[in-house]
Design a protein around this ligand. Structure first.
Ligand SMILES: Cc1cc2nc3c(=O)[nH]c(=O)nc-3n(C[C@H](O)[C@H](O)[C@H](O)COP(=O)(O)OP(=O)(O)OC[C@H]3O[C@@H](n4cnc5c(N)ncnc54)[C@H](O)[C@@H]3O)c2cc1C
Length: 488
């Protein structure tokens, strides 16, 4: 008979097993350490590499970052904090009856509480010839989700630059990989089935700015067409065009990795269905977070919500999570969807769901400078936003969005105008400057150096998009911004 503890925080001495050692799991463990979690923690990760920042893989591919700069926490950090980290080991099954996970080698680890942080797996587009009779990807075809994928691509580039490459999928990963290959000097083409680039997050106008940006690097973009067949000469599109290529990178999206949860009898729709404390609706002893979790009908796929969920769960397991004034009070409601996309020279931030949220649209586009900004406003409140090419106002916009600040009729327009260096306004201490780690300007100012900001707050360690603002704040300057609005 298994004791069910319920979603009421962790008990002293309980055994907590985390499946997956990715970005959400690492953030959770950091929160457990900081919060003095009273139980014993084991983390099981399938990849050999110490937990790393997946977002920066394209920077390694491009050659602007060394691989060791990706490590979030090295194994010694886990050991120093009494965490049992097992890398290069996959959990094959979850046995809820016995309260154990079964590793691929048959070894079992007991748990009183289990966290699934298994991330997402790339989807294979329906292209004939991608997979050989042996079930393996054709030698010219690569995925791009892990350090191992990145190594394979780098090895391929080291053998001699491919004449031409095709990136299948014009979403976040596609943009990152296409830019990295272009920077490496590989002639690259992008094939995207929908009408524009990054169609899951932004509208056509922003997609056009992104397209122009890629084309400026010499990359050709084909939208509204699908690759249907890999031939000895290249990739055939459904409009009959053949793209000669000797390297194909698949970046056509991913789906939550839920096979373990399904087999364990937990409720899974697109992701593992969880309540406000990230507990499975089937079994309160089991939690899920990050790319594999589904809350209120939504899965996420970005690091900011994954880290917010990790903060909520860590606080819940350490203290019951109901601290007054805490960002996590009330659990995770999935409302605050913020995505920052990182690729060299490319800045994109999406708050909420700008393409589907009803409201008045205020937008400014300057394709010549590669910038696009859009706010969806209802009743004076920013309900959603897209910022492309210039994120100098992202801190303020995020704060106004988060707090549902009521703006006057001129303010949304003023917010979208380029920064005015003549009138720098001090960012209030409570303005959030790092969306990934939820760090405010005040918390940055309280640190002396960038390294201190990184270790104390984790700002700049996610997508890295806030680094410019953080450096300016540390230097005693102020990022351009405008003080607007009144809080409801
Ligand atoms: C190339 C790339 C670029 C990205 N760029 C951005 C960006 O710019 N901005 C942004 O917000 N997001 C970006 N993302 C998405 C972001 O990385 C994810 O949202 C984030 O990593 C989610 O964290 P996670 O812990 O849920 O999943 P992951 O970080 O994917 O970690 C899951 C881990 O679980 C392991 N695992 C799975 N099953 C098992 C098992 N059975 N046993 C043991 N281990 C297992 C996996 O091997 C993996 O290491 C990017 C993703 C990729 C791949």
């Amino acid at each position: 008979m298994v004791e069910v503890t319920g979603p009421t925080g962790g008990r002293a001495g309980e055994r907590l097993v985390v499946v997956g050692a990715g970005m959400a799991a690492t953030r959770l463990v950091e929160g457990l350490v900081a919060g003095g979690y009273p139980g014993r923690v084991t983390v099981v990760g399938e990849e050999e590499h110490a937990p790393y920042n997946r977002i920066l893989l394209s920077a390694v591919l491009e050659g602007s970052h060394r691989e060791d700069a990706l490590t979030l926490r090295d194994p010694a950090w886990f050991a120093d904090h009494g965490i049992d980290l097992r890398l290069g080991t996959r959990v094959a099954e979850v046995d809820r009856e016995a309260g154990e996970v079964v590793l691929v080698d048959g070894h079992r680890i007991g748990w009183d509480r289990l966290v699934l942080a298994t991330g997402a797996i790339p989807t294979l587009p329906p292209i004939r010839g991608l997979v050989g009779l042996d079930g393996r990807l054709h030698e010219s075809v690569h995925a791009f989700r892990s350090v191992a994928d990145c190594h394979r691509l780098l090895d391929r580039l080291a053998e001699g630059l491919p004449g031409r490459s095709v990136v299948v999928g014009g979403g976040l990963l596609g943009l990152q990989v296409a830019r990295a290959l272009a920077v490496r000097g590989v002639a690259t083409e992008v094939v995207e089935g929908s009408t524009h680039l990054l169609s899951g997050q932004v509208g056509e106008a922003a997609g056009a700015v992104l397209r122009r940006d890629l084309e400026r690097l010499g990359t050709d973009v084909y939208t509204g067409v699908r690759a249907v067949r890999l031939t000895p000469d290249g990739l055939r599109l459904d409009n009959g065009v053949d793209l000669p290529t000797d390297l194909v990178v698949l970046t056509a999206g991913g789906r939550p990795s839920t096979a373990l949860a399904r087999r364990a009898g937990l409720m899974v729709r697109r992701g593992v269905v969880v309540g406000r404390w990230l507990e499975s609706v089937t079994d309160e002893r089991v939690h899920a977070l990050g790319d594999c979790a589904e809350r209120l009908g939504r899965t996420t796929g970005f690091v900011a919500p994954a880290w917010e969920q990790a903060a909520v769960l860590a606080a819940h397991l350490c203290r019951g999570g109901e601290e007054a004034g805490s960002r996590v009070t009330g659990g995770y409601d999935g409302h605050r969807a913020v995505a920052r996309l990182r690729a060299s020279g490319l800045e994109v931030a999406v708050l909420g769901e700008p393409e589907t949220t009803p409201g008045d649209v205020v937008e400014v586009s300057n394709p010549l400078r590669g910038t696009y900004r859009k706010l969806v406003v209802r009743g004076g409140v920013i309900e959603a936003a897209t910022l492309v090419g210039d994120l100098s106002h992202v801190g303020l916009v995020t704060q106004l969005f988060d707090r549902r600040t009521v703006l006057g009729p001129a303010e949304p327009g003023a917010l979208l105008m380029p920064p005015t260096p003549a009138v720098p306004v001090e960012l209030p201490d409570d303005v959030e400057v790092c969306a990934c780690a939820g760090v405010t300007a005040g918390a940055v100012r309280a640190c002396g150096r960038l390294e201190e900001v990184r270790s104390r707050t984790r700002a700049t360690t996610g997508c890295g998009g806030c680094e410019g603002v953080v450096r300016t704040l540390l230097a005693g300057g102020e990022p351009a911004g405008q003080a607007v609005g009144s809080t409801r």
